[in-house]
Structures are given as structure tokens and as C-alpha cells.
Ligand binder design. Sequence first.
Ligand code: ADP
Ligand code: MG
Length: 309
Amino acid sequence: MAEFDLIRRFFSGLTTARADVRLGIGDDCALLAPGSQQLLMTLDTLVAGRHFLPDADPQALGHKALAVNLSDLAAMGADPAWAMLSLTMPKADELWLQGFSRGFGKLAEHFGVQLIGGDTCQGPLSISIQLTGHAPDSAVLRRSGAQPGDRIYVTGELGAAALALQQIQHGDHPGALRQALEQPWPRVEEGRALRRIASSCIDLSDGLSSDLGHICNASACGAVVELARLPLVQAVREYVMMNHDWHPVVSGGDDYELCFTVPPEQEARLLRLPLSCTCIGEIVPDGGLYFVDTDGSRYAVKPGYEHFS
Ligand code: ADP
Ligand code: MG
């Protein structure tokens, strides 16, 4: 199966056509008529051996590659719309392509995303997705904007993906935690609901300490987080309690939950939203991010993930 066959079989018509796409896959460029909205663009690359194991389930990979991009749009309160896919693969493996396109296609369909183009090359397995979304003026959430006194929230639970990865690396079976690592669900609806309520927002890809640190830097403030408040699923709670190890929760990555701040006067509106979130701490004036243990002691944080560090 050669390049154009492959594109036709697995990617043309994979997602439903949007009214604002004049030309999708098939010409030299895609052609869009997005109207007058603000556009938000993001791109993420997943490299075999770095972001996923080379034998990872292709359907889960197709899901995750799109999910991590959707999560970036969610963090800014955007509506996802158009995706481009750059796929580099050692060979055109039909079974792999079937699984990958199914995982990608199902998630794209759920959020109304159309695959409008991309590129296909032969080489070591690597997946890049460029995703564009839109949002009305003044509704975009940013990392800057947090103020002292704002309360810090996260959606969902933390640490499950990082703990699953740690267990796999130690040759153990992560059980139900595997889902969090392989098929994170991007918080797109949540991000949209937080427009004009959250004062700042970020998605948790590199770990809570790193990512909340970005909000602190961008907003020129500090943060105090209480470990006892961090939302954990049972298996993660048991691990933390048995090992006295907060690392997967505080510095592990791949949560793809939203971390956001809310001014006190907006909290009543937040709590009326149909949204599962937990208050974990508060923004403070001075720079620096502190995690406080139940006995009041400060927890020393190991840094989250950074390439080239
Ligand atoms: P060109 O050589 O002009 O760059 P290509 O031959 O790379 O075009 O691609 C042909 C068409 O198929 C283009 O519309 C391109 O966007 C699309 N395409 C190529 N690879 C992919 C892919 N992996 N997923 C979706 N669309 C793709
Ligand atoms: Mg090309």
C-alpha cells in the first residue's frame, strides 16, 4: 500500500465534514472559511520510545495523540474544529493504521473536529497533530490572570497516568490505571464552561508542580497547595499512603486535567456548573509554589518533566 492509497483508505473521509471547510484532504492546502472568530492553534508531537512504548495499542495512540492537543485547546476555553496530522512510520502496517485511525476518528467525531490534511512519511514512528479551535472575543482563558486570594482548582483526579507508567516501567500491571495513561479524556466541555469564570487556566501535561508553576510565573504570583486536598482515585491514594510518595501526583505528568484559578466572587458560579472539580489551594502574592503536608510541613517538590533537562 503506497502513500496516496493509505491516505485515501484511512484518512480521507475519516471525520465528518464541517460547514466551514471548503476543501479538506486532497489538494495542496486545506481551505477554511472560519468567519470572524478568534482562532487558537496548537501542535503536539508524540515520539515512539519517548512519549509511548513502540508496541502501544494503535487505537489508544490515535486517541491520545488527538487528546493531548484537545487538552491544550480545552485549557484556553476553545471549541476544537480543524486538525492536521503528520504521520511518520517505518512501514505502512494496515492493522496499525486501522487501529490508529479508529482511535483518532472516534475522538474527533465526539468533539466535531474535521481532519483537513496532513503529511505522510517513512521513518521512525512519530505522530504530530496540529489542531485549531475558536472562541468568542474575551472568552479565552490564559495562564496569566491569577490574583492573590484566587482559589486553585483541578478537574478530575491526579497521578493515575504517572503511577501507571511507573508500574509498567517496573514490570507491574497497572490494572485500571492504564486507561488514564493510554486514553486520557480531554476536558473540552469543562474549559468552555470556565470562560468568564476562571481567572487563569492550564492543562496538566508535565505535572501539577510544573504546570501550576507556569500559572504562577505568567501571573507573577505564588501558590500554596494542600496535599490532603488533592483528588486521587483509590489505587493512587493507596500507593501514596503506603509509600509516602507524592511524586506521581505532584510532579508526574500526563494527567490532562485542567488546573485553574477562580476569584472568590466567581466561586458560587463555578459551583453551580455541572463540573467535577476540587479546590486544592490558594494563590498568594509572593513568587514560589509550596505544597503543604497534613502536619503543616512544606513538601519539597521534584521538578516535572522537561525535554533536554
Ligand atoms: P503535497 O505533496 O502537496 O504536500 P501530499 O501528497 O503530502 O501533498 O498530501 C496529499 C493530500 O493528503 C493533502 O491534502 C494532504 O493534506 C493530505 N494528507 C497527507 N497525509 C495525510 C495524513 N496523514 N492525514 C491526513 N491528510 C493527509
Ligand atoms: Mg506532503
